[in-house]
Design a protein around this ligand. Structure first.
Ligand code: BGC
Length: 849
């Protein structure tokens, strides 16, 4: 048991302000405020920025950036047509398959620009290293690893002909339902800020421009194109904007403006965000591009500070040229945008054609992918030393579940990467267990369906090839003997066949989204065919089935499959038999998340909960391995022996999973988001205005109490708290001591590995509120994450650790004075191994400098 200690100190810990300023938040136009008893600080990173706010409450606009001689000369020679051509995307003649392309201006030697997603690896048509999802990287609580991750993507991006990476995404995990939670880091602003900054340094160190996205409040996919998200000034600065600010401080070359609206204004037209905060307050000197299709106007977007429209030129092409010639948009506004773009390109050497590009280093990519998947593997539960698998438990294993046999590499949408390779966990476990072990497999839950029962007239619908430009059709009947829940699956290449049942179009094609919002497991069969699923309740009787497939230019392959009560019962029985016959069971459960849609439930989809119930009843030594994007509810938790959260682990996920299950590696991950106990008990539950929004408006009702802060504020017990994750060894914490530091406080403490194995611990420091700010009526979380340190300790090893809590971390954004203010007075710090496992505490006085 870790022991608690408490230290009372009265030492005055002063947090000096590196550059005390009277800057104001430029989102609001209230009058300038005088400095008060607490001193405004701008610690922790902004660059030199705008002049102090002018009196009288007008917004201070950033001064126009000084252009280099080369950029000024280019600007003078570019025609209006050429300038606007640089400000929007077009189709890439080279067909590399990346998300964006901007043609060059050969006359002036300006090369084309290629922009590729994304957050988990470079997304082009060619193969690349599919890294673990960013949420898994974040679970390592290791900024140095984030830098290495950025380096791999940066290097590969250059090698694969790209200039700009549309990554990282730093929007907070605000609701567990959000479809892109796997693509971003955390619910915690400090952790997100640290990781985004290091990843950007890694990417840009390789010569690629990093694009931090999506500014701002793009925390959900539901209505993402239109939802109007409202968060007060304090909430914005203390939560969602922290990561963006850190990205700018780390020198990010580009920012992507989000689809959604912020405080009633499209993010791409939001001058408060794009100009006042981004450029004025933070001193951003790169360029802003729109998300794909997020521009809604010409003049409003350009003058608000959106410099580039992607992926086409609906508003920044001919429409912009017209607006300039008709005097609706000043020429200066175009020059400003082009100047920013060229300046950033100059900084990255992108004004000269790349003469050489590095070769890909696939082996280095694979090594890093494995390292991250192991470092982020999060052991949520481990009873009776179920893991690691040793002795009999390692020699007789039943592997169950579809993602045990088909590797779950990455999530769906723009973060999907074509992996170099991917092994199935089953193969990895068999290899690791060795030839003398028995490792069996049962599907348990079927995401792809079985061949359809015979239709009349009989027609083989399980392997149809349609020649190019031909049409294939079938009209028949399917007879069912009882009312039942059916799932139909079409697997196909090329154009999706049209299949109707009793006139109901089972797999309608929605224009613009075909093939994009799939990834993960259920969207693609093992042989690479795309998969779509439709669930229907069918009454007993005869149903009319029609199939029409068109060969298109490439021809087509397809098959139609189904699952029903009988096939499900057979799958379940097979899994139970396998579990019973083996000493231990490893059940892989999954959830397919994708950009473009939110989850509608936090439960594991399909019948996986019933599968877990049945398998754990058959074999109590069952470990559940989760390939899920974000939190899931676990009504089955108590029945399991162990639960290992592997997220979307990238192309080396199988090897990492095997290494952790067998104890070759200690599970190094900790939760970067709280897992709620039920669907009703989390920060966005119970009020549609909070999520998913009402009448097109969504309010950040939880204010600054995002994520774990909300659970503390409401005394809510989560299923698993933020920061939770088990090691195979045990640690004890002791002897906290706080001292003053140049930029805030240092807390020192000792961590001892009291077990018999080398293990990973993530020591976490939390800070309580400032009484002085409370007296001023400034809302503060009960506890914030104030710092952390990832440690690797040998058995018996003890380490004295010092964690810096910066002045910025000890500050709050004062909405009345529109600035950061240091939280003075007695402040309590805690040290622990999760937001709810706090082993040490100490207090000190923070004074005004
Ligand atoms: C996504 C961006 C992505 C872009 C290009 C958009 O739909 O929101 O994150 O970078 O597409 O693929």
């Amino acid at each position: 048991m870790p022991h608690a200690a408490s230290q009372e100190q009265d030492e005055s810990a002063t947090a000096p302000a590196p550059r005390p300023t009277r800057r104001r938040l430029l989102l609001t136009l209230a009058g300038a405020a005088a400095l008060s008893a607490v001193t405004a600080v701008t610690a922790g990173g902004g660059r030199a920025v705008a002049a102090p706010a002018p009196p009288g409450g007008r917004t201070a606009r950033p001064a126009a950036a000084r252009l280099s001689e080369r950029v000024s000369a280019l600007l003078a020679r570019l025609t209006l047509d050429e300038k606007t051509a640089l400000l929007h995307g077009a189709t890439d003649p080279a067909g590399l398959g990346q998300a964006g392309y901007v043609p060059g201006i050969p006359r002036l030697g300006i090369p084309a620009l290629r922009l590729a997603d994304g957050p988990a690896g470079v997304r082009v048509v060619r193969r690349a290293t599919a890294l673990p999802a960013p949420v898994m990287l974040a679970a390592a609580f290791d900024p140095a690893l984030a830098r290495a991750y950025g380096q791999v993507i940066g290097h590969e991006g250059r090698a694969l002909g790209q200039d700009v990476l549309l990554s990282p995404m730093v929007n907070l995990i605000r609701t567990p339902y959000a479809g892109r939670n796997f693509e971003t880091f955390s619910e915690d602003p400090l952790l997100s800020a640290d990781l985004v900054a290091e990843e950007i340094r890694g990417i840009q160190g390789e010569g690629l421009v990093a694009t931090v996205k999506h500014l701002a409040l793009n925390n959900q996919e539901h209505d993402r194109m239109s939802v109007d998200v409202r968060a007060g000034e304090q909430t914005l600065h203390e939560t969602e904007l922290r990561g963006f600010e850190a990205a700018v401080a780390a020198g990010a070359g580009a920012v992507m403006a989000a689809y959604n609206k912020v405080d009633g204004v499209h993010a791409t037209e939001n001058s408060a965000l794009l100009t006042d905060v981004l450029r004025g307050l933070w001193g951003f000197d790169g360029w802003v591009m729109s998300d794909w299709g997020a521009v809604h106007s010409t003049d409003a977007a350009l003058t608000a500070g959106c410099d580039m429209e992607m992926p086409g030129g609906t508003y920044f092409g001919a429409a912009l040229r017209r607006a300039v010639t008709e005097g609706r948009v000043p020429r200066d506004a175009v020059d400003t945008a082009v100047g920013r773009l060229l300046s950033a390109r100059e900084r990255f050497g992108l004004l000269d054609e790349a003469t050489t590009r590095p070769a890909r280093d696939a082996a280095a990519g694979a090594r890093l992918a494995l390292r991250v998947a192991t470092a982020g593997a999060t052991l949520l539960r481990n009873t009776a030393r179920t893991l690691p698998l040793t002795g009999r438990a390692a020699r007789s294993i039943a592997v169950i579940g579809p993602s045990g046999a088909v590797p779950f590499v990455s999530g769906g949408g723009s973060a999907h990467v074509v992996p170099d390779t991917a092994t199935s966990p089953l193969d990895a476990l068999r290899t690791r267990a060795g030839a003398r072990a028995t490792v069996t497999y049962a599907l348990g839950e079927d995401p792809y369906g079985k061949p359809l029962p015979a239709t009349r007239p009989a027609r083989d619908l399980d392997a149809v090839g349609v020649a190019a430009h031909e049409t294939w059709s079938h009209r028949g009947t399917l007879t069912t003997t009882a009312d039942d829940d059916w799932s139909f699956f079409v697997h196909y290449s090329g154009t999706r066949p049209r299949i109707t049942l009793d006139g109901d179009d089972l797999f309608p094609v929605r224009p613009g989204v075909a093939g994009y919002f799939t990834g993960g497991l259920g969207g693609r069969a093992a042989d690479g065919l795309s998969v779509r699923r439709a669930d229907r309740r069918l009454a007993a009787g005869t149903h009319t089935l029609t199939v029409t497939a068109r060969g298109g230019a490439q021809g087509q392959l397809f098959r139609l499959r189904a699952a029903n009560g009988a096939t499900r019962a057979a799958d379940l029985a097979e899994a139970v038999t396998a579990a019973r016959a083996a000493h231990s069971a490893v059940l892989f459960a999954y959830e397919d998340a994708t950009e473009g849609r939110d989850r509608t439930s936090l439960a594991l989809p399909g019948r996986q909960e019933a599968l877990i119930e049945a398998v754990t009843a058959a074999n109590p030594r069952t470990t559940v391995v989760l390939n899920t994007s974000s939190a899931v509810t676990m009504p089955w938790l108590a029945k399991t022996a162990a639960v290992l959260q592997m997220y979307y682990p990238g192309q080396e996920g199988a090897a990492a999973t095997a290494a952790v299950l067998f104890g070759d590696a200690d599970p190094g991950g900790r939760l970067t988001q709280t897992f709620p106990a039920t669907e009703e008990r989390h920060p966005t539950a119970g009020d549609p205005r909070r999520y998913p929004g009402k009448d097109g408006v969504e309010e950040y009702g939880e204010g600054i109490h995002v994520g774990h802060r909300w659970y503390d504020a409401h005394d809510e017990t989560p299923l698993f708290p933020f920061g939770h994750g088990l090691s195979y060894t045990t640690f004890v914490y002791a002897a906290p001591w706080i001292t003053r530091a140049d930029d805030g406080l240092d807390i020192a403490f000792t961590v001892v590995n009291t077990g018999t194995r080398t293990g990973i611990e993530v020591a976490q420091v939390y800070a309580g509120p400032s009484p002085d700010l409370a007296a001023l009526g400034i809302d503060q979380p009960r506890r914030i994450l104030a710092g952390y340190r990832r440690l690797r300790l040998a058995p018996g090893e003890q380490r004295r650790v010092t964690v810096r809590v910066t002045a910025r971390t000890l500050s709050s954004w004062d909405p009345a004075r529109h600035r950061w203010v240091l939280g003075t007075g007695r402040r309590r710090l805690w040290v622990g191994s999760s937001s709810r496992a706090l082993h040490l505490t100490a207090e000190t006085r923070v004074g005004a400098p």
